[in-house]
Design a protein around this ligand. Structure first.
Ligand SMILES: [Zn+2]
Ligand SMILES: [Zn+2]
Length: 210
């Protein structure tokens, strides 16, 4: 099992820096594994994690757990919180971990040599016992984890835009399958201006060189 120092090295190598949130994320992931009795970082897909924000904390969690967006074992439910819910997909045991409200002060107390709050957190988060850092709450998902996982190979074509939709993310409307963009509400809208054509680029190049 890799040590915290090794995991932090992996995490900071991806960020070109080590910061308190990565430490918090790595510690949170490791603690979840300990509480669920899972050996982490996992080599399979047994653990599924919901992170409640993107950024450094999320990557710390990924490094510790080996749950990644690319492996379909991580879901970002963006609530702007450094918190996460860990699901043992074999037993269904589900725990939500969040930093305790006083975790910054607790870190400060364990890092008296720190020159500023940032450094106090960076060091303190590596020294605090996990139970003093995180609250742990057994929870139940309102949408079963199976719906997030879906079935491998499931794909349909949207009846309106023709794009392929995987993982059962389509919706049925009047008996036809639509992507969620066509069914609405969409997260983007087309703009009126047309994308530059290759000809426009050539004209621009000629204008610059003349
Ligand atoms: Zn960072
Ligand atoms: Zn569509």
């Amino acid at each position: 099992m890799p040590t915290l120092a090794e995991l932090l090295e992996t995490s900071s190598a991806q960020h070109r820096h080590l910061c308190p949130r990565q430490v918090l994320g790595v510690r949170m992931g490791l603690y979840a594994g300990e509480l669920l009795g899972l050996a982490l970082p996992q080599t399979d897909k047994r653990l599924y994690t919901f992170v409640e924000t993107d950024g450094c904390g999320a990557d710390g969690i990924s490094v510790a757990t080996n749950c990644w967006i690319g492996r379909r074992t991580l879901h970002v439910e963006d609530l702007g919180k450094v918190a996460a819910t860990f699901v043992d997909t074999l037993t269904g045991r589900t725990l939500r971990l969040a930093p305790r409200a006083d975790v910054r002060q607790a870190a400060r107390a364990l890092a008296p040599e720190a020159r500023n709050p940032w450094e106090a957190q960076l060091l303190g988060y590596q020294r605090l016992p996990a139970a003093a850092m995180f609250s742990v709450q057994p929870v139940r998902l309102t949408t079963p984890v199976e719906a997030y996982l879906s079935h491998a190979g499931h794909r349909v074509q949207c009846a309106r835009c023709g794009e392929e939709v995987m993982n059962e993310r389509e919706v049925e409307l009047n008996g036809v399958a639509l992507c969620r963009t066509c069914a609405g509400p969409a997260y983007y809208a087309p703009v009126e201006a047309e994308a530059p054509t290759p000809a426009a680029f050539l004209q621009l190049g000629a204008a610059i060189s003349s």
